[in-house]
Design a protein. Structure first.
Length: 411
């Protein structure tokens, strides 16, 4: 794992089985997974829960009168030794354009919601893990002052988002990084940016959970109604502009001129950018690709491994990805990945035997990469072997060693 974690971490023996971990995150799936924002955080908690007596997750939710999907579906729940709370509050979402980031921070009441939740439920904790700088790491910094408890950050932001936060030069952001007991980036390329604020900065990736593994392609296709004789492309995620899906659609228009056997399936829905999904569907109609590009809508968690395994190639045309966890889930199923040169894909697809990198926002080059991938014979076993370093239990072990180091230093 040394190629992922950029520094050695001492691993002192710190028994955390009698301790409580507080996880602060701006998104967390509801109990029935009708809302799946930041599902990778829940997957990580699943791997970490065996190390702790209790894990508390606090995820502030914008009060929207049930308009927003998380406000509609997310209510407090418990599973195993994990307790999840969704306090309601007011703040200005990052996705709303035209309002300066600093102004948004001045009207963000998620810290108050977290503090009220802690008091209301009499929550005690020994360590804080904050996902994203805003609001989580800022809140963790305040909690550290009030409760004398250390905190670690996972900086989940992609490169552009992180640079936005740096450019703000806001003390709430900078102090969150400076006072952190450890910062973990999901992408090693971001380490130098954050080391300017805190030398305790390393790279630790996301991990995939056991359900992502090779399955019989024919059976998956039969179960899903996918043509057995087709060449199948698959991608999934929240439908938003940064995913660059219009370039995939335009690439399909190019591909059909030389191959008539390629089918493309796009899983997911637009949670916030509804107009983008409308635009994508309109683009498919304009190019007369309705018989080749298929929108699957919201995907239940158990269906995703079957869809990956039914495909020949997993495709990711993103303009930017901090990491792109879907890529490692595809690799874990033995599927090659065709992706753009975004920071996450550059971090993951380091071996030409597991995928092909293409230029961003370039339909012709993406079509070239897909055609190369379809014409190549891949080694699924080698791809699965490559993915092993991203196994959830391996990554959880690294994170737990980070926790141990932080708690050791506090003694």
């Amino acid at each position: 794992m040394k190629n992922i974690v950029q520094e050695d971490i001492r691993k002192p023996v710190v028994d955390t089985r009698d301790k409580t971990l507080l996880v602060i995150t701006p998104d967390y799936p509801d109990e029935k997974n009708r809302y799946i924002g930041s599902v990778y955080v829940k997957d990580q908690v699943e791997e970490l829960k065996t190390f702790f007596k209790k894990i508390i997750v606090i995820c502030p939710v914008l009060f929207s009168g049930k308009i927003m999907p998380n406000d509609r579906y997310c209510t407090d729940y418990q599973y195993d030794n994990v307790f999840v709370y969704y306090p309601r509050c007011f703040f200005i979402p990052r996705l709303i354009p035209g309002i300066g980031y600093k102004r948004k921070l001045d009207f963000d009441f998620r810290l108050h919601a977290i503090l009220n939740c802690i008091r209301k439920h009499e929550i005690g904790f020994d360590l804080i893990h904050a996902h994203f700088t805003l609001p989580s790491a800022h809140c963790a910094n305040v909690l550290k002052e009030q409760f004398s408890v250390p905190y670690v950050i996972t900086a989940n932001e992609d490169s552009g988002w992180l640079q936005e936060e740096i450019d703000l030069a806001d003390p709430r952001i900078e102090n969150a990084w400076i006072h952190a007991d450890q910062i973990m980036t999901i992408n090693g390329r971001e380490i130098p940016k954050l080391k300017r604020y805190n030398p305790r900065t390393i790279a630790v990736p996301y991990g995939f959970i056991p359900k992502y593994s090779p399955l019989d392609m024919r059976r998956c296709r039969e179960d899903l109604g996918v043509p057995l004789d087709a060449k199948v492309l698959f991608t999934f995620g929240i439908l938003q502009k940064r995913k660059g899906l219009e370039y995939l659609i335009e690439a399909m228009d190019i591909i059909r001129r030389t191959r008539g056997d390629v089918q493309c399936y796009i899983g997911g829905r637009a949670e916030y950018e509804k107009s983008y999904e409308t635009y994508l569907r309109k683009r498919v109609a304009e190019l007369n690709l309705e018989d080749r590009v298929h929108f699957l809508g919201f995907m239940e968690g158990p269906d995703i491994p079957a869809w990956i395994n039914s495909s020949d190639l997993f495709v990711l045309p993103s303009l930017e990805e901090g990491f792109g966890i879907a890529q490692i889930e595809a690799l874990a199923c033995g599927k090659p990945v065709i992706a753009t040169r975004n920071s996450g894909s550059l971090e993951i697809l380091t071996d030409p035997d597991v995928g092909i990198l293409c230029e961003r926002a370039d339909s012709k080059d993406f079509a070239r990469g897909i055609l190369l991938g379809l014409n190549r014979t891949w080694d699924p076993e080698k791809i699965v072997e490559f993915s092993g370093k991203y196994r959830g239990d391996n990554v959880a072990g690294i994170i737990h060693s980070v926790y141990g180091e932080v708690l050791f230093r506090k003694r």
